[in-house]
Design a binder for this molecule. Structure first.
Ligand SMILES: Nc1nc2c(ncn2[C@@H]2O[C@H](COP(=O)(O)OP(=O)(O)OP(=O)(O)O)[C@@H](O)[C@H]2O)c(=O)[nH]1
Length: 774
């Protein structure tokens, strides 16, 4: 049957919000509900946070005020790992600094996989903890997660942000806010994570922190202001002026470990410090009432007032203070650590909620008290030397070595045989872990996102955002070592929900899918190295999707009543694009996820189809959503309503209704303007200015749509939308036109109908393949 395609219809349907992922979970429920009331603003959240904090014991408050769970996030190669290495060194966690791709060949502490050290990129996020003496009397405990910057490993960033209370956003002083900075910023906003900013690579030629701050304001739309001014520039950077306290800090010693703090500000910087101090106060006046009052009354706020305002507005996600330095040259890290203590929240200053499964799934606020019933979330699994390692964030209560915990999903009780604190791939055994902390344990059978309690409550925490896979390829072990192959894919799937494996019955191939070519390449390589399984892989393929632009009625009778056991099922109803349905009526939250949600509804009256058979109908619907009629790809955005039908007393069965629904689905789908969708990527290319013409030519040749170009004195950026299908092998094409000097990042943006010719081709290929298989 011909596929009707109309861009106009699609555009109507598409509205302004793109068709995104299939697996999106309503993550905002994580922190923005209280007693089932949606808390829209931070001010509303704050009332609840204060109420909960008032109930904490002094011991809890004291313990929590000394704790920070923070992540380090940034664009690729901004220096997160290098930064983290310094943090570990200055906090005394490691004895020497080793650099990413450093000459000593050791590699950074946090990049512990061989592959990471070879490629100089972070693949898995690593967790560690350290202590920082904020003052001689007050030492704070940090749980630190280093996260990968490459978009292909985005799930690692999501996982980390899900359980962190604050973050350090690292921005390159030369490149400023880059495509991936925008992505991690979006992720931080999704999880309500407050952040402080560190502008790194101030030693590089062309470093310009002021331009980067301007970009934070305009591109990330967060009020931002510097709390420091650099002393010296580029290679001659020697320190920074703390503009709040009006003091100069010089980073001395062979590794910047000695701070010399003096009251004098270098003469040539006095005006700049005044200017930037006023800018800081003005920016704060826009987001904080106390400073606004000072501003109106024309009184200069005190140091304590400025610090208090930075803390309040940073935690309220209304502001980010900006620090600057160079991780590689060991300058400017210690003030960031002070900033983490001063401006990022402790675990009791963030609102976390869970659903009470014993009480109509009402939301409950979790308190970071050690005396409350224990609730912990497994946010990451990893196969380690001693079996499966499960990372847990304890939200309330405490976990004790040797005690029992309950896996909420299965109700199983599990003994906590071992509790450890992680330090990259090393671990330290502990007896107890209290609310607010991060730890790991062994031998627990669960998936990422599962909740554990002490058994006295039946709470479940909402899960995290799992982006949809966009690239797939066929994979075949070269040897017949099926056992090791399946061990490897099982483990990888458990560890990483964005890595998926399925067996395609039509082509009889095992297909792996993931977030990009690099993502899959890494897993193929890990199979070889860790499981000794060499594989032959097919050409990477785009993960297409199918949907409908319109709707239609269906009326299908499945009948086989000649001889033997009979089959009878009749289903009638309506199918329509979810975008056209009244979302609220069917209990979906209107918003960006509507257009990619599939929904099955029953409105049968008079018991014409029993509950049991309706459940079978739903299964039939789900089968079809997994494998669409056009190309066998997953279906997105379909709403099917069964509102009538008929049952035969003897011949009707669950199987008959499941089959009838499958046929009805296909019939209705093909009459509802079906369409094949392809992933569109947001591609950002950076190259020296002389190659601008060639790069734009290349994007045009690939049919990309250029949205913006940005020029700096040496480099330019081209921001474009391009279909993923055109982007295979893009790296070598870009290298060819830029003499190897161009770089690019790409990120999934939305699904759009594939060009008509391609749709036709894909549908014909699928039909041929199916015929061949029969
Ligand atoms: N000039 C200069 N180079 C730096 C600085 N910090 C890091 N680098 C270099 O930048 C490169 C990337 O650093 P990483 O620390 O691996 O960056 P990352 O953000 O962790 O990288 P991914 O995890 O792969 O995204 C390395 O070659 C570092 O040596 C700095 O302050 N100045």
């Amino acid at each position: 049957m011909a596929v009707m395609f109309s861009r106009l219809a699609f555009n109507n349907w598409k509205s302004t919000i793109p068709f995104k992922s299939h697996n999106v979970i309503k993550v905002n429920t994580l922190r923005s509900f209280s007693n089932n009331k949606i808390l829209k603003t931070y001010e509303e959240e704050k009332i609840v946070i204060d109420e909960l904090s008032a109930k904490l014991t002094d011991e809890d408050t004291n313990r929590l005020s000394r704790m920070r769970n923070i992540g380090i996030s940034a664009h690729i190669d901004s220096g997160k790992t290098t930064f983290t290495e310094r943090v570990l060194f200055y906090t005394g966690r490691i004895k020497a600094i080793h650099d990413v791709r450093g000459r000593d060949g050791v590699g950074a502490k946090m990049d512990h996989m061989d592959l990471e050290r070879e490629k100089g990129i972070t693949i898995q996020s690593a967790a560690t903890y350290c202590s920082w003496d904020r003052t001689p009397e007050k030492s704070l405990h940090f749980n630190l997660i280093d996260t990968p910057g490459h978009i292909d490993f985005t799930i690692e960033v999501e996982r980390a942000l899900r359980v962190l209370d604050g973050a350090v956003l690292v921005v390159c002083a030369v490149s400023g806010v880059q495509s991936q900075t925008v992505t991690v910023d979006r992720q931080m906003k999704r999880y309500n994570v407050p952040r402080i900013t560190f502008i790194n690579k101030m030693d590089r030629m062309g470093a310009n922190p002021w331009k980067a701050i301007e970009q934070i304001r305009t591109k990330l739309k967060i009020p931002a202001a510097a709390v420091q001014v650099p002393i010296g520039s580029e290679k001659d950077l020697i320190g920074s002026v703390d503009i709040i306290n009006k003091k100069s800090i010089y980073y001395e010693g062979s590794q910047g470990e000695k701070l010399r703090i003096v009251n004098e500000i270098p003469n040539d910087l006095i005006d700049l410090v005044e200017e930037k101090r006023s800018e800081l106060i003005e920016t704060l006046a826009d987001v904080d009432d106390e400073i606004a009052e000072c501003f109106i009354d024309e009184v200069e706020p005190t140091i304590e007032q400025i610090q208090g305002a930075i803390r309040r507005s940073t935690i309220a996600r209304k502001f980010t203070p900006v620090f600057m330095g160079t991780a590689l040259a060991n300058k400017g890290i210690q003030p960031v650590l002070d900033g983490v203590c001063d401006y990022l929240p402790d675990p009791s200053e963030i609102l976390n909620t869970a659903l009470d499964l014993s009480n109509e799934e009402k939301s409950v606020n979790l308190t970071a008290s050690s005396n409350s019933p224990a609730v912990a979330l497994a946010f990451k699994l990893e196969e380690g030397k001693y079996g499966q390692l499960t990372y847990l964030r304890v939200y309330q209560g405490k976990l004790k070595k040797g005690s029992m915990i309950t896996h909420v999903k299965t109700g199983k009780k599990i003994k906590l045989a071992r509790l450890v604190r992680m330090h990259s791939e090393e671990m330290e055994d502990v007896d107890e872990i209290h609310a607010g902390e991060i730890c790991a344990t062994f031998g627990i059978d669960c998936a990422s996102g599962d909740t554990f309690t002490d058994g006295s409550v039946n709470y479940s925490m909402s899960s995290m955002f799992v982006p949809d896979a966009v690239v797939s390829l066929s994979i075949l072990p070269k040897t017949k070592d099926a056992a090791n192959f399946s061990k490897a894919v099982n483990r990888f799937q458990k560890e990483d929900p964005t890595f998926r494996v399925h067996f395609d019955k039509d082509s009889k191939e095992t297909i792996i899918s993931g977030m990009g070519e690099l993502h899959l390449e890494i897993y193929v390589e890990r199979m070889k190295r860790e499981y000794n399984v060499e594989c032959t892989v097919g050409r990477p393929r785009v993960a297409y999707r199918e949907s409908i632009l319109n709707g239609s009625l269906f009326d299908y009778t499945h009948k086989k009543q000649s001889g033997g056991a009979g089959q009878f099922a009749k289903v009638m109803g309506k199918m329509e694009a979810t975008s056209l349905t009244n979302a609220e009526e069917i209990g979906l939250t209107p918003g960006d996820d509507i257009k990619f949600r599939n929904h099955f509804q029953t409105k049968v009256v008079g018991g014409k189809i029993s509950e049991k058979f309706l459940l079978a109908c739903q299964k039939g619907f789900e089968d079809c959503c997994e494998k669409g009629p056009l190309t066998g790809s997953r279906v997105l955005g379909v709403h099917m309503i069964v509102n009538d039908g008929a049952t035969h007393v003897v011949d009707s069965s669950e199987m008959a209704f499941r089959t009838a629904t499958q046929f009805a689905f296909k019939q209705a789908f093909m009459q509802s303007q079906p369409v094949v969708l392809e992933p569109i990527m947001n591609v950002v290319i950076t190259a020296p200015n002389e190659f601008q013409g060639a790069v734009i030519g290349l994007v045009n040749k690939l049919g990309g749509l250029i949205n913006d170009t940005e020029n700096s004195s040496d480099d330019f950026n081209v921001i474009s939308d391009c279909s993923l299908n055109q982007l295979f092998g893009f790296a070598s094409k870009l290298r060819a036109v830029t003499q190897g000097k161009g770089e690019f990042t790409m990120e999934f943006k939305e699904y759009q109908p594939a060009p008509p010719q391609l749709q036709k081709q894909l549908i014909e290929d699928y039909a041929k393949k199916n015929k061949g298989g029969e």
